[in-house]
Design a protein around this ligand. Sequence first.
Ligand SMILES: Cc1cc2nc3c(=O)[nH]c(=O)nc-3n(C[C@H](O)[C@H](O)[C@H](O)COP(=O)(O)O)c2cc1C
Length: 183
Amino acid sequence: MMTDGVTNRHSSFHIPVMINGFEDQLNGRIVVLRSVSLDDHSIKFHTDIRSPKVILIKKNPKIFFLFYDKEQKIQLKVSGEAKVNYKNNITKDKWQKTAHLSRKCYLATSSPGTISEKPTSGLSKEIENSKYTIEESESGYKNFCIITSKVKSIEWLYLAAKGHRRAKFEYSNSEVKKYWLTP
Ligand SMILES: Cc1cc2nc3c(=O)[nH]c(=O)nc-3n(C[C@H](O)[C@H](O)[C@H](O)COP(=O)(O)O)c2cc1C
């Protein structure tokens, strides 16, 4: 379901809630699931390097993702350790594949979360109206980063009228520990 969530925009697994924090600063938000690797148990999302969530990751790499599919009645609680990819081969490759219009997200002049006197997109009028060339969009690369999260455990919950089912998977280097839990 997570693998399908990467490419299937209609899947609720496409947009998990990502939660992270440091000391008394705890926060959650929706992100788009960009890749899932079954080989090294990692997942990725894209974001703005200036955003508060990245500042938190740098202080504490512990990261948490919450998925829920209403039709399948399945919740996943995924915990892992995050790494910030910035101006490396991973970001370079993805940025080149990032469509002209999608680059708009990285073209705000001020950082995400900056207070403004009036409602704002953070973008200039030209960029808001998509009047920028692909060359002009290149300046967004300095704000673009990819967070890779190495999955340490997954908790699976299935809702059923006769009684729910809950399981936990813990991943270490080559081993997977599996447990059933009381829901
Ligand atoms: C459907 C949806 C998808 C989103 N995808 C992303 C994403 O992939 N990356 C991202 O940084 N923010 C994404 N956001 C915005 C975040 O939820 C959040 O508002 C923003 O990143 C600021 O978060 P922060 O202040 O906690 O850093 C998305 C929001 C929605 C509603």
